[in-house]
Design a protein around this ligand. Structure first.
Ligand code: ADP
Ligand code: MG
Length: 689
């Protein structure tokens, strides 16, 4: 009896060797093959009339062989020409360097050929695919919509087509419907087996839409169900904090600037959550520079004035330091006890700090992963905030949250994803968005330049530094070896200091430095004692030095859009005009389009959408890293309506209980434990992603 979980070698024609190559395409089991979808289709539904063909179009031709000959071309090439008598005249089929085919085309045979049509003094077809019909055979049966599969170097599209056809023949009969009829009717879903057949071999174009709808729906449904299984926890009772009292009141009154409307709105949303009897579970989304820190501080103070402790976890030491300094400044007048907890503390200090935290003597703790250790215990943890949420795994967020009995949770991210999408992906979180930048913020001017303009750029940097403004120069990982990259960054810093800007103060910051050393350099930069800072990507996240106005990014093509946008967000944080200079000689179209997007837009939301288009949602959202199924057919940007329908259905299924859907549960289990996920998904928790 065939099973969907049969190893791929159970399919006819697949041996161990080929299986290896198929694994690289993500194909391990029979079911994987059924779900290996075509990325486009060829219209071979009608035989072309030669008189209506347009130059350059793909066409299906049918005709009778009238003449066959091989022609020698310069450069040892041989051109096979087969002239067909067809509808509306004669056409010549062309093959390069396959002279041996000639013997197959006896005069009078009927040939069906598909390829690109050109007119070059005669009608020609560069043949991609052909079939010589047997005696009595009708062309009819070979007409249709033909699927084209994403191929690899080792596995051609044609091989994939054969493989899929074998899999369909053998395994379609064992594909069981897992959604009840009532639900299929409600959401206008085609039968699953029908949809799988039709997505590979649609009889008509409209079949394709119907099939696709069903499969997209399923994909979303499975995604949402896997997410819900990972759900942190149900709305649970939390601490009902008292309404505003002195600490937050004074903080808001003393702010050196007006809050934006968006900040005010988000603060109200947080306040309402924290005062409600339920624990807060909120995602705060806001572009770089939108002012999330102030909002975080408000929430922290609110928990502190209710005699609880607050903790802020960030992904890097530099960022922790940064937040520490900022918050210290705001809290200077208050009694709030604030401490920094990172792994760079020495043992004695660390132990002392841990003890004080456990005794409740510290109100506000800012730290890195070091906070996650078992022996960091709180007396009364009221609020957990996680900055740059995407850099932590869900499990890490949970570990920290569970250090309080029923602490509120606020996770912050600068990755702007469409709202409805966020609601689904982070379905268990409420969403707040800061969709407005502080007033007076100027657009950062972005240029993309090549090496030729480097000298000119140095002139520009000199001007800016003469005005007392500061500059970042960021170097990415270029070589495979960290040592070499460091050497390159060092060489650049050296050159800038010795040759280009001898009278300026130039420093280098890199990942290999001791944390103390890094902190010292950052501090000097912050105080304006360094004019130009050459950095490897350690400054990526969240550093805030308003007097830094120019961000130079070397080898900019090495960075993704999200990273470039983050990096650019390090400048233009004050009143002064910010500049971002991307130095790059991009070689791929993709890299070029990234540079274009950056020079065109400052809007993180727009950039995220472009990122979705360029890289695809699986990559952008890191579905795989989160141990979630990747989307093969659904498009998160375009299929939002289907997503919402699937979400509704998922809720119904969960309300009734998954146990009423045994076949669906099985499929869910197969998706969750699929090889692709277990191989890459292992690093989901615990590591940076
Ligand atoms: P991000 O959202 O990227 O974490 P930050 O919280 O670091 O942004 O804020 C960026 C800068 O904007 C900081 O220097 C902060 O002091 C300043 N800022 C925040 N809110 C406002 C505001 N409403 N008006 C003016 N400046 C603000
Ligand atoms: Mg920030």
């Amino acid at each position: 009896m065939k099973k969907l979980t049969d190893d791929i070698t159970a399919i006819k024609g697949i041996g161990a060797k080929k299986a290896q190559d198929l694994h690289n395409l993500g194909l391990w089991q029979a079911e994987d093959v059924l779900y290996y979808f075509p990325f486009r289709y060829e219209d071979r539904t009608v035989v072309a009339d030669l008189s209506t063909l347009k130059d350059g179009q793909m066409a299906l031709i049918c005709g009778e062989v009238a003449q066959v000959n091989n022609v020698r071309l310069p450069g040892r090439k041989i051109l096979l020409r087969v002239v067909l008598r067809s509808f509306g005249g004669k056409i010549t089929l062309l093959w390069f360097n396959q002279p041996y085919l000639a013997q197959k085309f006896s005069l009078g045979k009927i040939v069906l050929a598909y390829g690109r049509y050109h007119y070059k003094g005669e009608k020609q077809l560069a043949v991609k695919d052909y079939r010589i019909l047997a005696e009595e055979e009708e062309a009819e049966q070979y007409l249709g919509i033909v699927p084209v599969y994403p191929a690899s170097e080792k596995i051609s599209a044609n091989m994939l087509q054969k493989l899929v056809d074998e899999a369909l023949k053998g395994y379609l009969p064992v594909v069981g419907e897992y959604l009840p009829e009532a639900m299929r009717e409600k959401y206008h879903l085609a039968d699953l087996a029908w949809a799988l057949e039709a997505i590979h071999h649609p009889k008509e174009w409209k079949d394709l839409n119907i099939a696709r709808y069903r499969l997209v729906f399923d994909e979303f449904l499975l995604l949402i169900l896997s997410l819900r299984q990972k759900k942190r926890n149900e709305k649970k009772l939390g601490l009902a904090q008292r309404a505003e009292s002195t600490l937050t009141k004074e903080f808001l009154a003393d702010l050196p600037f007006q809050l934006t409307y968006a900040q005010k709105r988000v603060i109200l949303e947080i306040k309402r959550d924290m005062e409600s009897p339920y624990a807060m579970h909120r995602l705060l989304q806001g572009d770089v520079g939108s002012g999330k820190t102030i909002v975080a501080l408000y929430a922290l103070l609110k928990t502190i004035e209710n005699n609880c402790q607050g903790v802020l976890m960030v992904p890097t030491e530099i960022l922790a330091e940064q937040h520490y300094l900022t918050m210290n400044k705001y809290l200077a007048k208050s009694q709030v006890k604030l401490r920094l907890l990172t792994s760079s503390l020495n043992k004695a200090k660390m132990n002392e700090l841990k003890e004080q935290i456990s005794l409740g003597k510290i109100d506000l703790i800012i730290g890195t992963h070091a906070l996650l250790e078992d022996n960091v215990e709180f007396k009364s943890l009221g609020l957990v905030i996680i900055d740059e949420q995407h850099r932590f795994g869900v499990r890490q967020q949970l570990v920290l949250q569970n250090k309080g009995a029923n602490a509120d949770l606020l996770v912050m991210t600068a990755t702007p994803i469409p709202r409805s999408l966020a609601l689904t992906i982070y379905g268990d979180l409420d969403l707040s968005v800061i969709d407005e930048l502080p007033q007076g913020r100027k657009k950062i001017i972005t240029w993309h330049i090549g090496e030729k303009k480097r000298e000119g750029m140095y002139g520009f940097l000199a001007e800016k530094m003469a005005k007392g403004e500061q500059v970042y120069v960021v170097c990415p990982l270029v070589s495979q070896s960290e040592k070499m990259d460091l050497a390159n960054a060092e060489a650049l810093a050296h050159k800038l200091a010795q040759e280009v800007f001898p009278q300026r103060r130039i420093a280098l910051l890199h990942g290999k430095m001791k944390n103390e050393e890094k902190a010292q350099i950052m501090e000097k930069f912050r105080l304006g004692e360094i004019d130009l800072l050459v950095a490897t990507t350690v400054i990526e996240v969240g550093v805030d030095v308003p007097n830094a106005t120019v961000m130079v990014i070397e080898n900019a093509e090495r960075f993704g859009l999200a990273q470039l946008h983050q990096l650019r967000g390090r400048v233009g944080r004050g009143e002064k005009q910010g500049y971002c200079i991307l130095i790059s000689e991009p070689t791929t179209d993709e890299a070029k389009s990234r540079m274009q997007v950056m020079t065109k837009s400052n809007d993180g939301f727009f950039i995220a959408e472009e990122d979705l288009n360029i890289r695809g949602p699986g990559e952008v959202l890191g579905l795989k890293q989160h141990g979630l199924p990747e989307l093969k057919i659904a498009n998160l940007a375009e299929d939002i309506a289907i997503l919402e329908a699937a979400k509704e259905a998922a809720e119904q299924i969960l309300a009734e209980g998954l146990e009423h859907y045994p076949k669906l549960t099985e499929r869910l289990e197969r998706v969750r434990t699929s090889k692709i996920l277990t191989m890459n998904g292992g690093k989901a928790d615990g590591q940076f992603i």
